[in-house]
Every structure is written in structure tokens, then in C-alpha cells.
Write a protein that binds this ligand. Structure first.
Ligand code: COI
Length: 385
């Protein structure tokens, strides 16, 4: 086995948690320096200083970083004080709820490096609230919004040398909430682990920033009514891998799913939400229980309205794809990504992309806010240092 294997209950020594953000990283670093030295044979880590990473051409794959945040909960449904620990493997029972019954939810958010070196988090409380809703649906206790946001900040700061320079990418933070206690019969796990790890990332799709080519899938449903489509449970993602692989093998970037009942309306893409635009009108499928309430989706709707577009959240018919001027996807990992073509049955529809598009305007506004280049007038950004 490569990398480090850590056991949650016995890992030592570990630091006490810094309780406040907004202090300098130097003081933070001194608090975590009592952690065990890093030993990452497979990663380009140095204990101090800059990460020895190639920042050009970053894609979306795991690059191990220094620390992860871990908190546990059993019995009283309260997560105790979490710990920053060295990033690495950990042990769970073969009978853990998450391994046997998929009891888990996750989130994704990014830290950007501002020109002044400070880190910027985007609407982290939205992720916290969504995790709480998802946990409720999956019969799991969840960390409070405060604990979640605080943990994100600690994880970002502890791994700050892994935040790519401005314009090169961001540090993707992946909060996970999983049933780690053992269960054999189908039941909620007796113990839960909340953890956050981090990885520098660039563009999500192999296309980079080039337009996507989507395939409308009719043989696989992503979500069913009154199912779990609207929550970010881990069990929503593996079931679409087969459709995604099929599409990728045929040269498409990803799959666009339709509603399972009528097959007439758009739902979402495997890892992101979908928008269509015609003239000054933008439409996106309403969050009716089968669609993930994306934080980027919600932010883009607000930005578009402020820019003077008419935005509707409604049932968007697959037949409207033939009339749309533009189509684009939104998601934390994906950002705001242009769609160049969509193939539905025998038809291949083409859309406007590039300069002067709505997609580009929304993308540059959102990215500007997230990277500190455009003033955040909405209280979306948490600046930490
Ligand atoms: C994200 O956009 O952050 C996600 O969690 C989607 C994931 C499939 C990469």
C-alpha cells in the first residue's frame, strides 16, 4: 500500500483546533506544526514553503495535500470538536454503513487565491445547509453550519500552499459525511464521520474550456420522483457511470438526462446543472425533487437576473433544445461551461459559444466574484488568511 494509513481513533499527536479565522497563516501554521511529519512517497510534498506542483494545465484529479479535517459523531448525534490530521488513508469496519448501504453525502467547494495571497471561499454556508438537508434525507446527523464553515476554513488554510496561483486553478475542498459505524441489517449506522480533504484542480472536463458535446440519454434515469435526486448523496453518482462511459466511448463529453416519468423534460448532466438561453431569456429545470439544487446554479440565476436577463426555473422540454441559441452547464467543479452540441436521437444540435455569449458573460462575472476581481456585493465571499 502506498501513502499513509491513519486510524482515526488512535492517530497521535494532533493539534488543537484553531478557533478563529482571519488571523495570519503563520500563527495557524504554528498550531498545526505538531502534527506528524508528512511522508507521502507518491506526492511532491514539502513540509514547508511552496507546493512543488505543476500549476499549468491542471485538470480535475486528486493531488494529495497535507491535511484533512475529521470529526466524529456517535450516540448523541453531535459532532465533537474536529481535528486537522495528516491527509491519508483511514480504517473503517468492513461493515460500515457507507460501504454496505451507501449511507453518505458529500459536497464540493473551492478556495481561490486572491492577488494579495488571501484565500476566498464562495458561499460555504450554502454547502453546509445542503449537507444538512441531504443528511436528513439519508437519516444521518450532520455538523452545524458553523462547524462546517469553520472546518472548511481550517482545511483551506492548512493546505494553503496547495492553492494554485491566481488564474491557474483553485483548491477543491471535498466535505464528506459518511456512516462509518458497523451495521449488518439495513439500518442507520451507529457512528458517523465528517471529513474534508482538498486537492488543487483546474478544468473539470478533458475539453478544458472548449465547448462540451452532450448526449441525451433515454435508457438510464438519473433520478426518480420522490427519490434522492435532489440531495448530494454518494449513491446518486455511481449509477450514472455506465451511461457516462457509453457516451464517452462514443466521443461525447457527458450525458444529459431526462425526467424518468415522461422523458420529455431536461433534468441535469452527470455532474452539473443545465441551462438553455434564447434571446434574453434563460431557462433551467426547476428543482422539483429530482434535480440537485446547485449552488453555482442558484448563483448564476441571481447574477443573470441582475444583468437584466429573464430567468425561469421551470420544466424545460427536450424539444426546446432545437430552438435554443445557447446551452451551458453549471456546477462547482464544472464552473459555467459552454455546450457546443447536443445529440438527441438522430439530431445533432449546435449552439453559439465563445465571445459575446451569455455563457461567457455569466462565467466571467461569477469567476470574477470568486477570485476577488469583481467586488462581491452580495456577501458571498469569505476572505481568510
Ligand atoms: C461538484 O461540482 O463539486 C461536484 O460535487 C460534482 C462531482 C461529480 C465532481
Amino acid at each position: 500500500m502506498t501513502g499513509r494509513t491513519l486510524c482515526f481513533p488512535s492517530l497521535a499527536p494532533f493539534s488543537s483546533l484553531p478557533s478563529k479565522m482571519g488571523r495570519s497563516y503563520r500563527s495557524f501554521a504554528s498550531q498545526v506544526s505538531s502534527l506528524q511529519p508528512l511522508a507521502h512517497p507518491s506526492s511532491p510534498h514539502r513540509e514547508d514553503g511552496d507546493a512543488e506542483a505543476e500549476w499549468d494545465g491542471l485538470g480535475f484529479g486528486l493531488m494529495p495535500t497535507d491535511y484533512m479535517y475529521v470529526a466524529k459523531c456517535s450516540g448523541d448525534r453531535n459532532f465533537g470538536r474536529g481535528q486537522l490530521r495528516l491527509f491519508g488513508n483511514f480504517q473503517v469496519s468492513p461493515s460500515a454503513g457507507v460501504l454496505n448501504y451507501g449511507q453518505g453525502v458529500f459536497e464540493g467547494t473551492k478556495a481561490h487565491r486572491k492577488e494579495n495571497g488571501h484565500l476566498l471561499l464562495f458561499r460555504p454556508e450554502q454547502n453546509a445547509m445542503r449537507m444538512r438537508m441531504g443528511a436528513d434525507r439519508m437519516c444521518m446527523p450532520a455538523p452545524s453550519v458553523d462547524q462546517f464553515v469553520n472546518a472548511l476554513k481550517q482545511t483551506a488554510l492548512a493546505n494553503r500552499r496547495w492553492v494554485p496561483p491566481p488564474a491557474k486553478g483553485s483548491l477543491y475542498l471535498r466535505p464528506l459525511l459518511i456512516g462509518t459505524g458497523p451495521v449488518l441489517g439495513l439500518a442507520p449506522a451507529p457512528e458517523y464521520t465528517f471529513l474534508i480533504y482538498a486537492s488543487p484542480v483546474g478544468t473539470y472536463f478533458k475539453e478544458g474550456t472548449a465547448p462540451l458535446n452532450l448526449y441525451v440519454e433515454e435508457d438510464t434515469d438519473r433520478a426518480s420522483r420522490r427519490g434522492t435526486g435532489s440531495v448530494k448523496t454518494i449513491s446518486n453518482y455511481a449509477p450514472v457511470l455506465m451511461a457516462q462511459m457509453r457516451a464517452k466511448n462514443r466521443g461525447f463529453s457527458d450525458v444529459l438526462y431526462l425526467d424518468s416519468q415522461t422523458k420529455k423534460n431536461l433534468e441535469e448532466v452527470s455532474s452539473c446543472n443545465i441551462f438553455i438561453a434564447k434571446g434574453k431569456n434563460i431557462s433551467t429545470p426547476a428543482t422539483n425533487g429530482t434535480i440537485l439544487a446547485g449552488i453555482t446554479r442558484k448563483s448564476v440565476i441571481e447574477i443573470a437576473r441582475d444583468l437584466g436577463y429573464q430567468v425561469e426555473e421551470r420544466a424545460v422540454g427536450v424539444d426546446e433544445l432545437a430552438e435554443a441559441d445557447e446551452v451551458f452547464c453549471t456546477g462547482t467543479a464544472v464552473g459555467v461551461a459552454p455546450v457546443g452540441t447536443i445529440t438527441y436521437r438522430d439530431a445533432r444540435m449546435e449552439y453559439r459559444t465563445g465571445r459575446g455569449t451569455i455563457c461567457q458573460e455569466l462565467s466571467s462575472t461569477l469567476t470574477g466574484i470568486q477570485t476577488g476581481k469583481i467586488e462581491d456585493g452580495r456577501g458571498w465571499i469569505h476572505e481568510i488568511f
